[in-house]
Design a protein around this ligand. Structure first.
Ligand code: ADP
Length: 250
């Protein structure tokens, strides 16, 4: 089955001083699917995520996005090329409303400047786009609520909405259920599943919660000590003895 790869990581090494956080990692993310990157603490997931999203230029190796070598390109260039990423909760403007937060990436994408001390200029078309995204994540009714007033789970949904607003071709989500209670986690799982099926966006997520990974991912890569330990479908990874040992030992 020929699948188009939207992202390829080719033999990436990342050193911090003499320490190799990534030692020759290669992986591929097929277009339109949900691929997960898992591994015990310290495996190198965040480092790889930072390499792919343009925060780090790898010591060696390549990142290919939509057929173009994007190794070391800054995050804003990758964003303009259709690579979205979720922002940490601390990057969400908590004094703005939910709608205003989702408008920020749309205004920036449209070439406009954004000043956080000045109310966003009203733009009907952008507001409609933002409202559609809020409806997708189930926050439409809270559009005019200040983000600081939201419960934790809803704040994480705002992060997803911000990442999806510019209609990226691929979105990186870093531990989307981290810190959530069981109810919020279940809601997030259902949301990610339906977004992956209906939005046409490719999802590449890092996640430590195995329950989440096994229920949402089409394909899983397992990192361990900076190298790829295993890859496969959820069923294959669930049955993999090396993965069990890495998690027990990790
Ligand atoms: P994970 O996200 O899988 O928990 P990380 O990518 O955060 O793993 O870290 C992988 C390894 O690289 C860890 O041993 C960590 O201590 C080390 N590391 C990560 N970032 C840095 C850094 N900026 N400087 C030095 N060591 C780092």
């Amino acid at each position: 089955m020929a699948q188009r790869m939207i992202l390829s990581v080719e033999d990436v090494h990342q050193y911090f001083g003499r320490f190799a956080a990534l030692s020759g990692v290669s992986l591929q993310v097929p277009e339109g699917r949900l691929t997960a990157l898992i591994g015990p603490n310290g495996a190198g997931k965040t480092t790889l995520y930072n390499v792919v999203s343009g925060r780090y230029r790898p010591t060696s190796g390549k990142v290919i996005f939509q057929g173009r070598d994007v190794t070391g390109l800054p995050a804003h260039r990758l964003c303009a090329m259709g690579l979205g990423r979720s922002f940490q909760i601390t990057n969400v403007f908590s004094q703005l409303t939910v709608l205003e937060n989702v408008l920020v990436p749309l205004v920036i994408k449209g070439g406009g400047a954004f000043c956080f001390w000045r109310p966003l200029k009203r733009d009907r078309a952008l507001e409609q786009t933002a409202m559609k995204v809020l409806a997708m994540v189930g926050l439409a009714e809270k559009a005019h609520v200040g983000v600081h007033q939201l419960p934790y789970g809803d704040k994480r949904l705002v992060e997803i909405a911000i990442a999806l607003a510019p209609a990226p071709r691929m979105v990186l989500l870093d531990e989307p259920t981290a810190g959530m209670n069981p109810e919020e986690t279940e809601h997030m799982i259902q949301l990610i599943k339906s977004l992956a099926e209906t939005s046409g966006t490719t999802f590449f997520i890092t996640e430590h919660d195995m329950k989440v990974v096994f229920s949402v991912a089409d394909y899983i890569y397992v990192l361990h000590q900076g190298t790829l330990l295993a890859q496969g479908t959820p069923e294959e990874i669930r049955a993999d003895q090396r993965v069990k040992e890495a998690y027990l030992g990790g």
